[in-house]
Design a protein around this ligand. Structure first.
Ligand code: NAD
Ligand code: USQ
Length: 398
């Protein structure tokens, strides 16, 4: 298949592009490289030394003989570049990773709240409008988030996108229908993914665009079979207080002897998936576009759930580290329970990779190998969700 990867220079997009290419698909990457510029703006760098995108694709061609083309443009702003690429490449599937994806970054300042809304909603809407405009019948696979469901403890396993509700009409007769699961986003970033869902519902219904929305959990790990083939193919690994995600952060913190930064008591339960499973899920989703018809297909792209405190203890036991309970910069429940269905991806053949395997060791080795690249001053999360969170955190420091 011809597959366009939007955001193909990022943490999930790059290994997914390689995985699809390795499986015989003709891949083109589009990316504005904004994520690399955000690193410069924040004064941080990926733990792993990532090569420029042009060198990455050259290395992939050297190692495998497979060609990946690259288009550099801003999906949220450059609609003409997008329509031109669609009409020349004529993708059969499009995987859309190209959004600002960090919750702390999205809450850092009014400008960054506005940037996140502007970038993410315009990127998604431009893509759908351009597909209708050009008449390209490509299946859109979008990376959404488990965070759209919110983190209230509910007495059910979270369904995949939709909820069946029964309600009385004005005459007291009972009716049953399916609705989008009510969203409860916990950051401006998560809010953009909730809003994306409405855009998808509209374009699926109005124009028959085929869409799969993957509600992905927190991705951990860094390397895949493909990125391991050559040092120039190495994947990104964020550890800083804005873009680093919890388990990868704990691994780096342990490697440099920094106490593990558990927010609050660590009673937050979240859904996780290893990057190797992410790339497999993307392929399973992209290759099954024919099964999508009329209704937006939602799949929970998660393999397991863990409490943050349990992850800290696991890392402390495995690598050796102190644990520190820091004031939570986020406005979120101190504790929650979470269990989610993932039947669709399992039904498509996903064999989940579990946390307690050799992969944790692989990530520990990577964290230890590159400790000289860590700037310890960038570890704390200093993006506060609201005034109250800021004052609690700063009072504790004073
Ligand atoms: P990332 O920031 O590493 O990659 C995103 C890529 O998109 C970057 O290369 C960036 O330059 C590009 N991009 C952003 N806006 C763009 C625009 N307007 N035009 C062109 N390119 C643009 O993020 P990631 O971790 O790879 O996440 C990819 C997607 O997966 C995101 O949509 C994110 O919300 C979702 N997701 C990620 C995780 C995770 O744990 N990393 C979990 C769940 C969902
Ligand atoms: N946390 C800590 N200590 C840290 C960092 C985080 O205790 O040092 C806590 C947070 O307070 C939160 C949990 O760990 O309760 C998860 O935080 P995270 O930064 O790992 O994940 P999150 O902000 O939710 O965002 C990440 C990705 C995002 C994706 C989301 C999936 O950055 O793109 O959508 O995971 S999910 O969490 O399922 O919504």
């Amino acid at each position: 298949m011809r597959i366009l990867i939007l955001g193909g220079d990022g943490f999930c997009g790059w290994p997914s592009a390689l995985h699809l290419s390795a499986h015989g698909h003709q891949v083109t990457i589009a990316d504005s490289l904004v994520r690399r510029r955000i690193d410069d703006e924040l004064g941080v760098q990926s733990l792993t030394p990532i090569s420029p995108l042009s060198e990455r694709v050259r290395a992939w061609a050297d190692v495998t003989g497979h060609r990946i083309d690259v288009a550099e443009f801003d999906l949220a702003r450059d609609y003409e570049a997008l329509t031109e690429l669609l009409t020349t490449f004529r993708p059969e599937a499009i995987v859309h990773f190209a959004e600002q994806r960090a919750a702390p970054y999205s809450m850092k300042s009014p400008d960054l709240k506005r940037y996140t809304i502007d970038n993410n909603l315009n990127a998604t809407h431009n893509l759908l409008a351009a597909l209708v405009h050009t008449g390209i019948d490509a299946h859109v696979v979008h990376l959404g988030t488990m965070g759209v469901y919110g983190y209230e403890s509910v007495p059910v396993d979270l369904p995949e996108g939709y909820l069946t509700v029964t309600y009385p009409d004005r005459n007291g007769r009972s009716h049953t229908r399916e609705i989008l699961y009510p969203t409860a986003p916990g950051s401006v970033y998560h809010l953009t993914k909730s809003l994306d869902q409405l855009v998808f519902q509209f374009y699926a219904r109005n124009d028959g665009v085929r869409i799969t929305d993957l509600h992905q959990g927190i991705v951990w790990g860094t390397q895949t079979d493909e990125t391991n083939l050559d040092p120039r193919l190495i994947n990104r690994f964020d550890y800083d207080g804005d873009f680093g995600t919890v388990l990868n952060r704990f691994l780096v913190q342990a490697a440099v002897g920094h106490p593990l930064t558990v927010h609050g008591t660590g009673g937050q339960t979240r859904a996780f998936i290893n990057i190797r499973d992410t790339v497999r899920c993307i392929r399973l989703a992209a290759e099954t576009g024919d099964a999508v018809d009329g209704r937006v297909r939602v799949m929970n792209q998660v393999t397991e759930t863990h409490r943050v405190a349990d992850l800290a203890h696991l890392v402390a036991q495995t690598v050796g580290a102190d644990i520190s309970e820091v004031p939570n910069p986020r406005a979120e429940a101190d504790e929650n329970q979470l269990s989610a269905r993932n039947d669709t991806l399992i039904g498509l053949g996903l064999e989940p990779t579990r946390l307690a395997t050799g992969l944790l060791k692989e990530s520990v080795e990577i964290a230890q190998k590159y400790t000289d690249r860590v700037d310890v001053s960038r570890i704390p999360c200093t993006s506060y969700w609201n005034r109250n969170r800021r004052s609690v955190a700063t009072e504790r420091v004073e």
